[in-house]
Design a protein around this ligand. Sequence first.
Ligand SMILES: NC(=O)c1ccc[n+]([C@@H]2O[C@H](COP(=O)([O-])OP(=O)(O)OC[C@H]3O[C@@H](n4cnc5c(N)ncnc54)[C@H](O)[C@@H]3O)[C@@H](O)[C@H]2O)c1
Length: 480
Amino acid sequence: MSAPKNVLITGGCGFIGANFVNFIHFAWPNCNFVNIDKLILNSDVNYVCEEVRNSPRYEIVLADIRNRDVISRVLNSKSIDTIIHFAADCTSTRCYNEPCEALENNVIAYVQFLEAVKDYGKIEKFVHISTDEVYGDSGMGSDEIPKSEAELMYPGNPYAATKAAGEAYAHLYQQAFGIPITLLRINNIYGPQQWDVKLVPRFIDVARKQQKFTVQGTGKQLRSWLYVDDAADGIRLAAEKGKVGETYNLGTYYEKNVLELAESVQAEVDKQLNRPPSKVEFISIPDRPYNDMRYLIDITKAKKELGWEPKISFEDGLARVVASALKPHFAQKMSIAIYGGNGWIGQKIQKLLQSRKIPYKIAKSKIGIHSTKQLKKLLSKDILNFEKIIIDELNELCVTHVLCCTGRTQGGNFKTIEYLEGGSDKAYENLRDNLYCPLVLAHISQKLGLHYSYIGTGYLFAYDSEHTIGGKGFDDAGMS
Ligand SMILES: NC(=O)c1ccc[n+]([C@@H]2O[C@H](COP(=O)([O-])OP(=O)(O)OC[C@H]3O[C@@H](n4cnc5c(N)ncnc54)[C@H](O)[C@@H]3O)[C@@H](O)[C@H]2O)c1
């Protein structure tokens, strides 16, 4: 296969995904791209450069890859022939803290995605991005043998375990259902637009402020350093030439430990800020429960079969990252659907979002209240599936966050909640608008992988001897 026609990229608003989009848009000049991302963590729509964002060959769809309706719609309407799959929760520390969430995102959502791809049945090439971390630790000796693709997987942290599980499912769907998957296990990547919890951007920030470098454990952990454009070119070659069912390592033999990295970053930042060399000092911070010391991988197969090897030197790569980090950036990290957006609080929130240039859309459906037209449409399909109206609307809106500002606080001649004390029909309205609606929205948001916020009320609290009028405020534990 040479350059594809219509490519779906998952996770293309993250660090590697966005750099890949910026690279491949020009490397495959006749190709159309759809980027599906749910904007978790540090992702940003604007990591994709303006020229690409404005191109008719590029489209962004904000959705979770687990949303089979949206994935099927995109695959079919765009006649997708190639998939490059990046989407994952990639932060080792976060995955330690939230191992089940990481499993749900990196494995369960991925399997739902694979199901949609299987049903579609017209993919010609699928590149699955995995990590060297699936191999687990390498020894620290200078005679250590780099790990080849035939090595067994021994993941040493929850993130790596989810990536190994993702690979297992990729293998299964390739074998059993013929999805043409090629797997890439890539070394530690650095480049512009990486989240500042990661080593290089964190160190650039420290170096700029001339602070002390925080180091987990001894700081002697060795990492190989692969520049993101080299990785992007390897991914391109895997899409064009990689064999289906095969795995390729992409990486470098250029290693530096964390302490040495700090020295290099400080020197480059000082150089670009035109100031004399700063002193490099360290402070130790608690280590992860287990921190692999080294990932040394063998890249012979990629060299031989894909004709790939890294070209960008560490010095050149670091200079590019520092230059990019020192430039101002206008972020777009979310898009919100507001329910109850025309109420009093909804309008205030709209103003706030406008002032912060955060995109939002006002949802129209009224949960629990259906028009005759909507009901007739449902009757022909599934009378009990009222949720479908909301799901269809959210799939149409394509947002990353849902904000629920709905609630019944007045009605009729009453401008206060006294309205709700007027009899059993009011109890129905009260439960429908103040309980059923926020709960249904929460449930649907979870199902679609959307972030959900609900604006509750201070009426949940009651003054008592400890919390008098004008006295101490309530906290979460103070509900009565
Ligand atoms: N950073 C590295 O050094 C490195 C090395 C080897 C492999 N990888 C792999 O490369 C891929 C990208 O890593 P990254 O460093 O760019 O991470 P990142 O967090 O910057 O990007 C991941 C992107 O995926 C999106 N995403 C996550 N779950 C999603 C879901 N369920 N639906 C839709 N979008 C979702 C996020 O919003 C984010 O934009 C990952 O698969 C990672 O395992 C990373």
